[in-house]
Design a protein around this ligand. Structure first.
Ligand code: ZN
Length: 426
């Protein structure tokens, strides 16, 4: 008997969503998409991370040993002890390996052209480097065609998918003109629902002498052009980028247009970003490397997630954010890649998990939760980042008996299977 179909809060995905799914898939013309009404049992799972504390061992990971999982269409229909699994149309033997939710990478910058190899090499070689930083990427991105930008994006998405990322957010921020920001978001929106308008990444070089005029553009004409493609608005609140008043102006203007705030906060120095995030009910304050006790306390008493991005500290040899301090205070923590060509050119969530365990005081369980359920919280989603009935069947099969191996075996390509919306893509 087939299991009953799971509760489906989104039973009728729009044609737009189907197009997004297909375009972001490496198997666009695979017949697997048309077979999504069949049910599939994945059994012989040594350790299944559900992120549902009502299941399994009752921990935040909801870990079930010797488990099975049933996929019905795009969603999870059943999880539990494998001896109790219902009959299905298809069967996959996990071979005593671990299964966990697909990674939710809630912070990336993937619409860009060029790279910054020389800048990285100089930094890691202790040499002064005076070229343009973000401005270098802005110039390359403006010069690229739409096709080049989209091909780049798809390349990095496939790279991330192979490493287990099934949901990702991405931002504009390398165009910094009305036309270039809008086209970045238009391209991104073909591949994900989690699109963020970041016209306020840095003050555009075209307005270097008049930052106020640039803020007026970002909150005016540029916002009008970008809002139709975006769910979120973001600002880099930092010395040398935008101060607290400017960041507030950007986020409140976006909110008035129906965009929800998130913020690059307290990355390079102490500042007002985290407090502003909490005040504006931002979904996430990202980086959070330099925090006062008051900042930690504000996060702990809010629903704003602290998203930590250790790829940035790794790639710039900067001090790590203190995840332990945040977790002990009761803050919800997410882990993401910050994939971008300047300060964190990794698309690998497993790498970030390993760094967080080694250098930021997280346990392996906490890091895996933060890279899955935590990322989902940072995007205010409850249909991803967990593997219990009703969630999307976005899941990762590791070539390892436990999720702990993500930190225990750093740098090893452990992801051996990836399902997205119930369809195997890796
Ligand atoms: Zn970023």
């Amino acid at each position: 008997m087939r299991p009953a179909r799971a509760p489906d809060p989104d039973p009728d995905p729009t044609a737009d969503q189907a197009t997004k799914d297909a375009m972001s898939s490496p198997t666009t013309d695979s017949p697997a998409h048309s077979a999504s009404t069949a049910s599939t049992l994945i059994t012989n799972i040594a350790a299944l991370v559900t992120n549902d504390p009502s299941l399994g061992d009752g921990s935040p990971l909801g870990l079930i040993r010797d488990a099975a999982l049933v996929i019905d269409g795009p969603r999870v229909a059943w999880t539990g002890d494998r001896s109790k699994a219902p009959a299905t149309d298809n069967r996959v033997d996990a071979g005593g390996r671990a299964v966990l939710p697909g990674f939710v990478d809630s912070h990336s910058h993937l619409v860009f052209a060029g790279d910054r190899t020389e800048e990285f090499n100089a930094r890691m070689s202790g040499r002064a480097y005076t070229a343009g930083g973000i401005r270098t990427t802005v110039a390359a991105t403006r010069a690229a065609t739409d096709e080049e930008l989209e091909a780049n994006l798809v390349r990095y998405l496939r790279e991330a998918l192979r490493q287990g990322t099934t949901t990702f957010e991405t931002k504009s921020g390398y165009g910094l003109t009305v036309e270039d920001e809008a086209r970045a978001l238009r391209i991104a929106a073909r591949h994900t629902d989690e699109v963020t308008y970041l016209g306020a990444h840095i003050v555009s070089p075209d307005h270097a002498e008049d930052p106020a005029a640039y803020v007026a553009l970002v909150t005016g004409e540029m916002l009008d052009a970008c809002a139709p493609y975006a769910r979120w608005i973001d600002v880099f609140c930092e010395k040398g980028a935008f101060d607290g008043d400017q960041a507030r102006a950007v986020l409140t203007a976006g909110r008035a247009r129906g965009l929800h705030p998130r913020i690059h906060a307290n990355q390079l120095s102490y500042g007002p970003g985290v407090q502003l995030a909490v005040e504006l009910d931002a979904a996430s304050a990202d980086h959070c490397t330099h925090l006062t006790d008051a900042d930690v306390d504000a996060l702990a008493h809010s629903r704003t997630v602290a998203t930590l991005l250790p790829g940035a500290e790794f790639s710039t040899r900067a001090a790590w954010p203190d995840a332990r301090r945040l977790l002990d205070a009761g803050v919800t923590v997410a882990l993401s890649t910050d994939c971008n060509p300047g300060s964190s050119f990794t698309s690998s969530v497993p790498f970030c998990v390993a760094l967080a365990v080694r250098d930021m005081g997280m346990t392996p369980d906490e890091a895996v939760w933060s890279a899955t359920a935590g990322g989902a919280r940072a995007l205010r989603r409850d249909d991803v980042g967990r593997l219990s009935p009703g969630a999307y069947a976005d899941l990762v099969l590791l070539d390892a008996p436990s999720h702990v191996h993500l930190a225990y075996r750093p740098g090893v390509p452990l992801v051996t299977g990836v399902w997205r919306r119930g369809v195997r893509e890796v």
